[in-house]
Ligand binder design. Structure first.
Ligand code: GLA
Length: 670
């Protein structure tokens, strides 16, 4: 009776909230026009995103996936404080079973991997105060080619067996589904799990194929939104971009699942893993550790165990962060928290340091004199007058929590470090760089000083003052530096570190450091050079790599054909795929970029792109939108004085499908 009463009240409340939302957004239209959101499962499970471990990303089906691994992970959850940090579920993925059911149609654990059966492992995990999860597929067999049994047609019996073993979490995959309707398959297992009477978190894994965010809120507690993650930057980034727009569909008991964590598996740098973890947290994603903790580094434990980041993920309001701005690979994502604060990620998608800027108002905070900014990786608090800004290293993320705070003045002012322009250095030639130290705080920064350190053997000298007695709100100390890499330094990337120190009004000393990358470049050759042959500074491409003197091809390196536009074949140039940008060092010594541009004939009629030539921050030439039907267009960009020349191909405004762009006969004259 009581339970029923609670449900009714909750239902009414939800209705009232929805109506309030409609008014607030000014739609004022009948509910039918709003995006249909199915009610969440009302079982009190997964009210915050599930946290735990799953072996798949580290072992796949290799032999080390076995009882001793699973027990070892449970032990480490306790010993390393991960259990206290919120990690709870220890989950098995594919390959735990034998390929055939027993005479009674029951699943049988692989006796080599799990000699004591599954219940013994579940009991061990439970004895540690943790929960236990398992895997099967909503098909006749699981995904592994060995063909382990799936649950399609066995839902009630398999669910019963899982419940008897003490399973608390089921990941239900999509392989060998026999073409049966997804909603129907996933609902049947939901009902089978419910019929066991055991609370079991239900993870839908159909890879986003049937848009589960539109129908699964009352089917499962989480649903995969994409295909499988793999342990590299490109995979993580593409999944992140697919999952971000789905924010409106996530909430307590029904989460978007951008797949399990790769943190610690070795295919990304620790900076990239911090970005991965930061972005999963701000997206309120399930946090399922996917590395073998028995051999994990301290850095991996530090990332996974960062409680301030975990608190962003686990916030009880249950909002997924939304994109506030994204331009040129500089992302601002903000998440509303229950206490009214905002988690803010300044995420740098690009391969070079970027200044990423927003404000307390833009991320949704009310007007105030000042705010507190908590840096969740540095574990430091500062005050800001409203600007939230940082130079973020390549592939890095600055993760902050911003809030109105009567105590803001207790914290030293936030100070932003920056370096104007990308540090490009020709060996043996002095480059002039300018650093900035800017007070973002409401309070002044006193006794400000700055240093710049280069690699061994480089000369780095200031050519203007490196100290200021005081910087007030918005004021900067600008310092110019003469930086010289020794003659003969090979081209490539080198570390520079900008450091500043200052005092708060109360005299507290603050030290901060910005790691930067200097690129040693060679001057472009005098005369006219083919851009298909010159080394570039950087190249990004929407599909596969940028190709030299051939078209883009399908996706692999070197798979292009002769550059062909409107039936005319060109021997030289660049083959790219929108969105693309290729940067060359011009060193202020060049005059023009010329090319014949268009869509390559290798694709059908769908492609539309626009070509642009940039001289540093200025657009020097552009074609407007071109289609496949058009012959090559000549383009000439005046790039006099530019240090960097950038060749950009955009998607013409309609997505990147079939957008194979050619910079035929692209030449740089210096
Ligand atoms: C699918 C899933 C993965 C993993 C494997 C196991 O690919 O998406 O997460 O469970 O199956 O075979």
């Amino acid at each position: 009776m009581r339970h029923l009463h609670t449900r009714t009240t909750r239902g009414r409340l939800a209705g009232a909230l929805a109506a309030g939302l409609l008014c607030a957004t000014g739609l004022g239209a009948p509910a039918a026009t709003a995006a249909p959101v199915a009610p969440a499962l009302d079982d009190g499970l997964a009210l915050t995103p599930p946290m735990g471990f799953n072996n798949w990303n580290s072992t796949h089906c290799r032999a080390e996936f076995n009882e001793s691994m699973v027990k070892g992970i449970a032990d480490l959850f306790v010993e390393k404080g991960l259990k206290d940090a919120g990690y709870e579920y220890v989950n098995l993925d594919d390959c735990w079973a034998l390929p055939t059911r027993d005479a009674d149609g029951k699943l049988v654990a692989d006796p080599v991997r799990f000699p004591n059966g599954i219940k013994a492992v579940a009991d061990y995990v439970h004895a540690k105060g943790l929960k236990f999860g398992i895997y099967t597929s909503a098909g006749t067999k699981t995904c592994n080619t060995a063909g382990f049994p799936g649950a399609l047609g066995h839902e009630y019996s398999d669910a019963r067996q899982f419940a008897d073993w003490g399973v608390d979490y089921l990941k239900y995959d999509n392989c060998n589904n026999q073409g049966v309707d997804a909603k129907q398959r996933y609902e049947t297992m939901r009902d089978a799990l419910r019929a066991t009477g055991r609370p079991i978190v239900y993870s839908i894994c159909e890879w986003g194929e049937n848009k589960p965010w539109e129908w699964a809120a009352d089917v499962g507690h989480l649903w995969r939104t994409t295909g499988d993650i793999s342990d590299n930057w490109g995979s993580m980034l593409s999944i992140l971009k697919q999952n971000l727009p789905l924010a409106p569909h996530a909430g307590p008991g029904h989460w978007n699942d951008p797949d399990m964590l790769e943190v610690g598996n070795g295919g990304m740098t620790d900076t990239e893993y911090r970005s991965h973890f930061s972005m999963w947290a701000i997206m309120a994603a399930p946090l399922l550790i996917g590395s073998d903790l028995r051999s994990a580094s301290e850095e991996t434990f530090d990332i996974l165990g960062n409680r301030e980041v975990i608190a962003v993920d686990q916030d009880p309001l249950g909002k997924q962060g939304t994109v506030i701005s994204s331009e040129g690979g500089r992302w601002v994502v903000a998440k509303e928290m229950r206490d009214g604060s905002r988690a803010v990620a300044l995420f740098n998608e690009t391969g070079s340091a970027q200044r990423i800027t927003t404000s307390a108002r833009a991320v949704g905070l009310p007007a105030a004199d000042a705010y507190t900014l908590r840096d969740l990786w540095q574990h430091r608090s500062h005050n800001t007058a409203g600007t939230i800004s940082a130079t973020v290293p390549a592939h890095g993320t600055v993760l902050l929590r911003a809030f109105t705070d009567p105590e803001w003045a207790q914290h030293p002012p936030a100070v932003e470090l920056g370096l104007d322009g990308g540090p490009l250095v020709e060996a043996g030639r002095t480059a002039a760089l300018t650093s900035t130290v800017t007070d973002l705080g409401r309070t002044p920064a006193r006794r400000v000083s700055v240093t710049l350190a280069g690699p061994e053997g480089w000369s780095v000298e200031s050519t203007s003052p490196t100290a200021s007695p005081v910087l007030t709100t918005g004021r900067s100390l600008r310092t110019t530096w003469a930086v010289t890499a020794p003659e003969g330094t090979p081209t490539g990337s080198y570390g520079l570190t900008l450091r500043a120190s200052y005092r708060s009004p109360a005299g507290v000393r603050v030290d901060s450091a910005l790691p930067l990358t200097a690129t040693v470049v060679v001057a472009p050759p005098p005369g006219t050079s083919g851009l298909g042959d010159l080394p570039w500074l950087s190249a990004t491409n929407g599909w596969g790599p940028v190709e030299r003197n051939t078209s883009n091809g399908e996706s692999a390196a070197g798979d292009g054909g002769p550059i062909t536009i409107g039936g005319v074949v060109y021997g030289t140039g660049l083959g790219v795929h929108a969105e693309s940008a290729v940067e060359y060092y011009a060193g202020g010594a060049c005059e023009t970029v010329t090319a014949q541009v268009g869509l390559d004939d290798e694709e059908g009629a769908d492609g539309t792109v626009a070509f642009e030539i940039w001289a540093d921050g200025t657009k020097a030439a552009s074609t407007g939108v071109l289609t496949n039907a058009m012959p090559a267009q000549p383009i000439t960009g005046d790039v006099r004085g530019a240090r960097v020349v950038r060749l950009v191909v955009t998607d013409g405004g309609d997505g990147i499908t079939s957008d194979h762009g050619d910079w035929a006969e692209a030449r740089l004259s210096c």
